[in-house]
Each structure stands twice: as C-alpha cells, then as structure tokens.
Design a protein around this ligand. Structure first.
Ligand code: DUC
Ligand code: ZN
Ligand code: ZN
Length: 493
C-alpha cells in the first residue's frame, strides 16, 4: 500500500477565501497547503470539518506585546500569553512592535524583542520597528541594515511627548524607508491640539476617564492625516495610517487614494463597536475603554463600515495593548489618577475576529452585499499579508503556509473576562454575545488549538523574515517639488 501523499486532510468543510466560498477538502504536506478539492485521498491525519468553515488564520498586524511604554510601563502580556490568546481567537500570525525609545539603540531594541518572541511565541510573528530616536545612526545605519535583514516596516508616532517624531525627522524616516523598500506605519494625531485640550481639561477639573475622549479632538485626526499624506507624497513613499477613528479621517484617506497615492489604512473593533459614551462609567471604570485615538460616535462607526466596504480601509487590527486594571497598568498613577496619567490601550487579540465575524458574517452587515465572509477574510488575513509583505500567508491556496482556522459558524459565545487567555484580566467587550467562533487553529500544518484545547508549545512560532520585495511600491510619480524638470534640475531624491 502506498503511503499517503498528505500529512493532513481537513475534510468536508466549506472553504472561505477573499474570492469565494465553496465546499472542499484541504490537504497539507509538511507546513504547506498542497491540494484543495473534493474527495481528496486520505491523509496521515484527518480533521472532520463538516458543518464548519475553513478559513485562513487571522493576521493581526497591530499588536503591542511584552512592550515597554515610553513612560516605562511594561504591558501585561508575554509573547506566550498574547499569542496563546491570539490563537484562541483564530489567529496564526501577529505583527508586534520592537519599540525604540529616546536614547535607545534600534538594533539592540530589535534583538531584545526578537529574543522574547523566539522564547514565547506560539504563532508566527514579525515586527514593526518603532523609531522614536531618529538620530543619524538610526536613520543612516541601523534602519537600512535592519530592513535588509527582513524587518520591512517602521512605525512612527506624530503625538505623545516622549516618542513623537516631528515633520522633519519624519521625512528622514520616510526617505530611508523609500530607499530601502519598507512600509511606514503612522500613529497620526495632531499633537498640539491633544496636548492643549488635555491641559485645559485637567486644569478645569475635568479629570475622569470620559474626558480622555474629549481631549483628542476629531479634527486632530484629519489634520494629521492630511499633513502626513503631504509628507509621504513629497517623496513618494507608501504609508499605512493606523487606527482610523473618525468619518473625516476616513474621507481624507479616500481622497488621497482617489489621487492614486499609496496610502493604506486600518481601523479596529473599538472604533466599529464602541463609542465615547463607553468611557462614561462611574469612578475609574471608564479607564478600561480608554485608547488613543478614543472611540467616537455612532455616525463614525457607520462611516468606518462604509470605508471598509469601499476599500478605503484595507485591514482591521486589534491594536492589542494590554494594561491591567490595577497598579501595574491602568492605575499605575494611583486610584484617583486623572485621565492624562492613565495608560491608553485595551486588549483585543482574542476577540477581534469573532466580533468581526459576528457583524459581517452572522449578522450580515449590509455594506458587504451578501459577501461578508469574503470581505471578512480579506480584511483580517489576505490583505494584511499582501500589504505587509508576507507572501506565504493569508490565503487558502496551494503553495501557501497551512495557516488555517476552522470555525463553528453557529457557535454562540458570550465574551467574559474569565474566558480570555491574555493577562490583562478584563476585556471591554465582556457581556457581548457573538455567533461564530474558531475551534481549531492550525499554524504551518500543526495544531495550536485543537477543538478548544491548547496543544502547541511556547517558542513554536517562527519569525517571518520580510525581504525580497516590497508589497507596496511607490507610485513612481514625483511631485513637482521633487521633479528635476521643474526645480532647476535639482535631484533631491
Ligand atoms: N493607542 C496606541 O496608539 N497604542 C497603544 C494603545 C493605544 O490606545
Ligand atoms: Zn497608535
Ligand atoms: Zn497601537
């Protein structure tokens, strides 16, 4: 009898891809998907997926894991706890941050985070390099070398006193990214507006968590997006705008893309399912809903859903930023801290996909015109892989990594603090009931979660080297400011 050609066959399920949904078996050899079809020969191992959806594992491209904040606060998760939580939520890849702070050497920072992830991660991972110290060594030596070594994305902040990068060094970062073929991700809010509002509010005694939402004016987002887009267009460098929260911000992105600019953008569940009113809770409770930018209004939620359906926004990430509701996290400045002293961020790795699946597939958000499942896969796995240069991820197709989440589409789950596998201790989505949950999660052909049980070991995740191409080419069009033909022959780029 000949040996089976397949190590694993996932049999009898419905395969969901960005392009369509159809019944099929999926065969895996080693770490790779090798065949898709009906009635495939038996594999060495078989998983019965009848009645279930077989989807690409989720890719969460904005997660803060085991990260030290600019203020010196270590967040609650380790790579082991965060990636365990991610896997229970149907993910097989995360991109987190190697966070440089002022005065730190970027190469050492990247090495340190790489060691932590190598030891702890259960699913595959990559890093965005946060640049907060754009000195000559970082810009001219470390960034080019690290990009060449496979760290193909950079993150910068336009706000936050201790890490913000002003326009001129931001241009340096954008140019270095262009010359070395990396994507630049940006936290874009107008620093002056936020800082001024925050000081005024606190001085007048408006200190509860709900005033955090007021301290980030809606216009601070559109202003920073517009400025950032002008900076990136000047040197024709693709950008990714993180966590879009307002209708006006989404419109700025739509207009830029309509001009053919290489502007990508994401939003997050907190902006699709929460509003600023969630911060209005007794005492300090509202701190659990505090993130930056803050959740906005119901009309913004609707605008963001439309922007997702229109393709103006291409990914939905968690912006998982786990701070416990105690003195190690949110309340590190004491139980009566003002909102400026409370760490921003909320956990979301485990619930990002179920929340989106429930809205787009189970409840069938009308914007997606009956193609909610395809759009869900596209926004949470396929496009993230394409934009961030992960060529073997994000699709169920022969030749791709066998990163697969098997979903029970009718399983009802009420989200609770206790059920989460991260170390934050709470979820702002507690009490929400969703329909649809991933029950088995496979990473490169090996189960990480099997029928709701964790079976993978810490350290089995792998660093994803992102080289050999640039997922987001510049437009190739120079602005008149940079075109030698219109500026007395000067070659600035
Ligand atoms: N906002 C960020 O920009 N990062 C972490 C968490 C948050 O709320
Ligand atoms: Zn941010
Ligand atoms: Zn973030």
């Amino acid at each position: 009898m000949s040996a089976s050609p397949y190590d694993l066959v996932i049999r009898g399920g419905t395969v969901g891809t960005a392009g369509g949904t159809y019944p099929a078996d999926v065969a895996v050899k080693g770490e790779t998907i090798v065949a898709i079809g009906q009635g495939l020969p038996a594999g060495v191992r078989e998983i019965d997926a009848s009645g279930k959806l077989v989807l690409p594992g989720g890719i969460d491209t904005h997660t803060h894991i085991e990260q030290v904040s600019a203020g010196g606060l270590l967040n609650a998760d380790t790579f082991e706890s965060a990636t365990t939580s991610a896997a229970f939520g149907g993910n097989t890849t995360v991109v987190s941050f190697a966070a440089q702070h002022r005065g730190l050497d970027l190469r050492k920072v990247v090495d340190d985070y790489a060691k932590l992830a190598d030891r702890g991660a259960l699913i595959d991972y990559a890093f965005h390099m946060i640049v907060a110290n754009p000195d000559q060594k970082t810009i001219e030596t470390d960034l080019p070398a690290l990009i060449r070594e496979g760290h193909a994305s950079i993150k910068v902040f336009m706000t936050y006193d201790l890490i913000k990068v002003d326009d001129e060094p931001l241009l340096d970062v954008l140019l270095t990214a262009r010359e070395n073929r990396a994507l630049v991700c940006v936290h874009a809010e107008n620093h002056g507006m936020i800082s001024w509002m925050g000081k005024r509010l606190v001085k007048k005694g408006y200190v509860q968590p709900k005033y955090h939402a007021i301290s980030h004016p809606r216009g601070s987002e559109a202003e920073a997006f517009t400025r950032l887009i002008a900076l990136s267009a000047l040197i024709d460098q693709p950008i990714m705008i993180f966590h879009v929260s307002t209708a006006e911000g989404a419109q700025v992105i739509r207009d830029a893309r309509a001009q053919g600019l290489k502007v990508f953008a994401e939003t997050c569940p907190q902006y699709l399912f929460m509003t600023k009113h969630d911060l209005d809770k007794p005492g300090m409770e509202g701190a659990k809903w505090m993130c930056s930018p803050p959740p906005r209004d119901a009309a913004d939620q609707e605008a963001l859903w439309r922007a997702l359906a229109l393709g103006d926004l291409q990914t939905v990430t968690s912006d998982h930023a786990p701070y416990r509701f105690d003195e190690t996290g949110k309340l590190s400045a004491g139980p009566n801290a003002n909102f400026k002293q409370i760490a921003n961020g909320l956990p979301g790795l485990e619930v990002r996909l179920p929340l989106m699946f429930d809205a787009m597939v189970s409840k069938g958000r009308p914007e997606f015109d009956g193609r909610g499942l395809e759009a869900f896969v596209n926004l949470t796995a396929t496009q993230p892989a394409q934009i961030y240069n992960l060529p073997k991820k994000g699709q169920i197709a022969p030749g791709f990594d066998a990163d697969i989440a098997i979903w029970e589409p009718k399983k009802q789950v009420t989200i609770t603090d206790a059920a989460m596998h991260d170390l934050t201790g709470f979820t702002p989505f507690a009490g929400t009931t969703v329909t649809g949950w991933p029950v088995t999660v496979i990473r490169r052909g090996s189960e990480v979660v099997s029928d709701g049980q964790l079976v993978a070991k810490a350290g089995s995740g792998r660093w994803l080297k992102r080289t050999g191409g640039w997922a987001a080419e510049p437009t190739g069009r120079l602005t008149s400011d940079m075109d030698p033909a219109t500026n007395f022959g000067a070659r600035i780029l």
